[in-house]
Ligand binder design. Structure first.
Ligand code: AGP
Length: 594
């Protein structure tokens, strides 16, 4: 998730572009750049944030330009990988937000045709494709170029001598702020609100020509009318997309984060999965490492790898692994860290490497420290996560484990086929759950009355119980513990009172009978019981006080749906308690000290 802007008007474009980009830094901030049209295209770009780039600009009064603030997906944050990208002749500059899944094929063909590429990005192919099809009309060159693109995009194109900019979108947002003798194109509303509150929202497939005086929209070769909406949000609200908190916004971004992380990995024809990870030869077992939510993701990863692949898998808390004396013979060590900066996980991976282990990092940040100390990386594509509580990054870490396991040679064809179908449907099932959050909001407000709570699950839903408890305690300050349901009778039963609600994650899998027995034992001790249950589960009501029903899915994928429901439950409990949800006390988004 990057931020793109474009300005065409009667004022100097440079300060407006820089100001609007600053407003979009929550979308990505590892590198940035602008391009201004003058006698030649002037391109300024570098690693780091907008304020740093501002110190390197020569003022240029021209009134048309484009800009970008980056969240790297392809190619580490660097000056050469920063946007805008230009073509070989320096006639066109392009900024792009999205992922081009067929960029390697296009690049290979263009290089054969004599084009010279300078960056490691997927986005640069756009500039060269436009150059290839340019015969004097920039709009039709962009149109033709886009017919070759597979993936998602929001782009703005600037030509050296054209008094307009061209923008287009497919599966990524583009809005146009309509002003007085000026127009501002951007990824999102915060970039334009200081200049206008009149906004046109482009639809998928739209290509718009934006000049100082007009906005012309085409789709499928036909001119389109797009409404001009008046935005009533203030800047703060706009950055959160109208949500109260970044956490709720990020919870609602999960259907997209799942789709983006799966993009290009699932073949539509064959039940083939290719996450671009090379499984080392002759490994005998796998070691998974992480902290906090990432550790909980590794616990689910263990179930997935052992069930699908059948490879022995152990999980270790990274902070504890640093004190252990592990034997890592033919072990593949996989470290999970969304930020890529967590000191305990970095130390643990370094140790595993020193012990001769192959290493893979599952991370959300291209160019982060972890990417420089491991053999391979898999990037979850959640975009930047602002709220301290991990939500979308946790869910896309689970996607990484499903992809890794299903890409392993020798997995049963029929079983794999079914799971791949279910994986492809997960994004819309999560969306269905989010559309019905009202019931969860009610249960959250009810939970807010308590000072203690227990979460229980069995099998693959045991780590889901741990993650649910972590979410509640870190944002609502309610003391919550997650337990394997079978463990309660060995001590925690002593905590059960009418003041200690229990949240039970009820799977429709092989744990069912034993889980219902545990539920009956909890009920007998008068703790309020709330179940998270599959919508097909008609029996659970008999055993609990309230049920949150979630869309039905393959049990192995149920941790995704159940975890989203628990994120919402914690969010609404914290909201009812008036907690500072995005910045909870005593916590940091990335823990860079051991
Ligand atoms: C989770 O909500 C917390 N923010 C925290 O437990 C986090 O998961 C942990 O610090 C690990 O962070 P990482 O994934 O960036 O390594």
């Amino acid at each position: 998730m990057c931020g793109i802007v474009g300005y065409v008007g009667n004022k100097s474009a440079q300060p407006i572009l820089m100001h609007s980009l600053k407003r979009l830094e929550y979308r990505g901030y590892d590198s940035c750049g602008i391009a201004l049209a003058g006698s030649d295209l002037e391109v300024y770009k570098d690693v780091g944030r907008i304020d740093a780039l501002a110190t390197k600009l020569n003022s240029n009064g021209c009134s048309i330009g484009i800009g970008h603030t980056r969240w790297a997906t392809h190619g580490k944050p660097s000056r050469i990988n920063a946007h805008p990208h230009t073509d070989c002749s320096g006639q066109f500059a392009v900024v792009h937000n999205g992922v081009i899944s067929n960029y390697l094929e296009l690049q290979t063909q263009l290089i054969l045709e004599g084009h010279h590429f300078s960056s490691e990005t997927d986005s640069e192919v756009l500039a060269h494709l436009i150059e290839k099809y340019y015969t004097g009309d920039l709009v039709s060159a962009v149109k033709t170029a886009l017919t070759y693109i597979k993936g998602s995009y929001a782009i703005i194109v600037l030509g050296k001598d054209t008094p307009y900019i061209v923008t287009a979108r497919y599966e990524n947002p583009v809005i146009i702020g309509v002003g007085y003798h000026e127009n501002i194109v951007a990824s999102d509303v915060p970039a334009v609100l200081d200049y206008t509150n009149k906004v046109i929202i482009l639809k998928d497939g739209d290509i718009a020509t934006v000049s100082r005086e007009s906005v012309k929209v085409c789709n499928n070769g036909r001119e389109q009318t797009r409404n001009c909406n008046v935005i009533s949000w203030d800047i703060n609200e706009a950055e959160k997309g109208g949500y109260e908190h970044f956490m709720l916004k990020e919870i609602h971004e999960q259907p997209k984060a799942i789709a983006e992380t799966l993009r290009g990995c699932l073949s539509k024809v064959e039940p083939q999965v290719n996450p671009g990870i090379k499984i080392p030869d002759n490994i005998e077992d796998v070691l998974l490492l992480g902290c906090g939510s990432s550790y909980h993701a590794t616990m689910i990863g263990k179930y997935v790898l052992e069930l699908i692949v059948g490879i022995p898998t152990r999980v270790e808390l990274a902070s504890e692994f640093n004190h252990a004396n592990p034997v890592l013979r033919k072990t593949w060590t996989i470290g999970v860290t969304q930020s890529g900066e967590t000191a305990d996980t970095l130390m643990a991976l370094k140790k595993a490497r020193q012990l001769g282990s192959h290493t893979l990092a599952i991370t959300n940040v291209v160019g982060s420290s972890v990417t420089r100390l491991v053999d391979q990386c898999f990037y979850t594509r959640s975009g930047p996560e602002i709220s301290v509580a991990a939500t979308k990054t946790f869910i896309t870490q689970l996607m990484a484990f499903y992809l890794l396991a299903l890409s392993w040679p020798g997995v049963d064809y029929k079983y794999k086929y079914g799971l791949i179908q279910d994986l492809g449907r997960l994004s819309s099932k999560v969306q269905r759950l989010l559309n019905h959050q009202a019931e969860i909001a009610k249960q959250g407000a009810n939970l807010a009355r308590f000072e203690n709570a227990l979460y229980v699950g069995r099998g693959i839903n045991y780590p889901v119980a741990l993650e649910g408890a972590l979410k509640l305690k870190e944002i609502s300050y309610i003391h919550a513990e997650g337990y394997a349901a079978g463990e309660l009778k060995h001590g925690p039963f002593a905590l059960l009172t009418p003041q200690t609600p229990v949240i039970a994650i009820a799977g429709l899998d092989s744990t069912r009978e034993m889980f219902l027995a545990n539920i009956r034992e909890i009920k007998a001790r008068e703790s309020p019981l709330l179940a998270i249950a599959d919508e097909r589960d008609t029996e659970i009501d008999k055993y609990v006080d309230c049920v949150i029903r979630v869309p039905s899915t393959e049990p192995l994928l149920s941790p995704v749906i159940n975890s989203v429901a628990l994120q919402l439950l914690a969010y609404f409990a914290a909201e009812a308690r008036g907690c500072p949800i995005d910045l909870p006390r005593n916590l940091a988004k990335s823990v860079t000290v051991p």
